[in-house]
Design a protein. Structure first.
Length: 329
């Protein structure tokens, strides 16, 4: 059973989930638990012979809706005990993109990518009304280099009972920027990147794809909405279509960059559900590719792991130049 524990040195909550050691590990394709059910075959997670996009609760979750106990009294205390624990209450879901075992999000047709964004939007809205859910994180890990144990194209959704440390810090920075300038930090950053031009990879009427000024991964790419939207339910049909097209183009471009499947993390950054969206909340999708060259992984080693200081191997302007050659709408 999972639980939350507070790191007393950093005042941060983490998840202890020993049951995840037993999760399915690189099964052969004919035993994939994410494929449609086959007559006479091994039963998987989806008991249907066919489907479009499937969502279900993770069988090996770090957080679960039926975790015993109430985490709120401990999580919300301003003076928690030195060795504080709380129930691992929340949500962990799996989103299966397609019934096809092979392929990737970047190789799917545009209609399917757009439908997937609608599924993400629905799950964000559905989980946002849960009292124990404070922050919703929609993401995908791709490739064994990232630690993926199931090859079938899929992503995940976590509903945390707290606001995790990185978005919490960003909310504080955004609030300080607004107090100082009266403007949205996300809007200002997009304007600055468009004005500079040297890190913009491709832009549409609604979305700007750019390498960030200070990236933490080589060839990192951010897909930022031009309009001030704080979460997926706020975008309209045209914006959703534009976001789907640019996301698909970016991921397909990654596979062309080194002429091999790119391992990556896809992270959707949007407003916490327990927080009244402030003037700095701005929807974006961040992509963290794990390769710095064709056969060279970016390892987050001593400086990154122990000190939290990234050493960037590829100049962001050069990364944008190279991505501009392979990412096309």
């Amino acid at each position: 059973m999972s639980e939350l524990r507070r790191d007393p040195r950093r005042d941060e909550w983490l998840i202890v989930a020993p049951q995840r050691q037993d999760r399915t590990y690189h099964p052969p394709p004919d035993h994939c638990p994410l494929c449609p059910a086959r007559p006479g075959g091994q039963s998987g997670e989806i008991p249907e012979p066919d489907f479009d996009i499937a969502v279900f609760e993770n069988r090996f979750p770090g957080l679960r809706r039926d975790a015993p106990g109430d985490p709120r009294p401990t999580l919300d205390r301003s003076d928690p005990p030195l060795l504080a624990r709380a129930a691992g209450l929340g949500q962990a879901e799996v989103v299966v993109y397609t019934p096809e075992h092979r392929g990737s999000l970047g190789s799917m047709d545009l209609d399917r990518v757009e439908r997937l964004i609608r599924v993400w939007t629905h799950r964000y809205a559905a989980l946002s009304v849960r009292e124990e859910v404070r922050h919703i994180f929609i993401f995908e890990n791709r490739g064994p280099e990232i630690g993926v144990t199931l090859e079938h194209p899929h992503g995940q959704i976590y509903g945390y009972p707290f606001i995790p440390p990185i978005p919490a810090r960003e909310l504080d920075v955004e609030a300080r920027h607004h107090r100082r300038t009266g403007r949205c930090l996300g809007c200002d950053l997009i304007a600055a990147e468009l004005d500079a031009g040297e890190r913009v990879v491709v832009a549409s009427d609604h979305v700007v794809a750019h390498v960030p000024f200070a990236p933490r991964w080589p060839y990192e790419l951010h897909l930022s909405m031009r309009s001030h939207r704080h979460s997926l339910p706020r975008i309209d049909a045209d914006e959703r279509h534009s976001l789907a097209a640019l996301l698909r183009a970016a991921l397909a471009g990654y596979d062309r960059l080194f002429d091999r499947p790119m391992p990556y993390i896809l992270a959707i950054r949007q407003a916490p559900t327990a927080y009244t969206p402030g003037p700095g909340s701005h929807l974006r999708i961040e992509l963290y590719p794990a390769l710095r060259d064709r056969d060279r992984l970016k390892h987050r080693a001593g400086s990154e792991t122990a000190m939290g200081v990234t050493v960037t191997d590829v100049a962001p302007e050069r990364a944008a130049e190279r991505l501009g050659e392979v990412v096309t709408l």
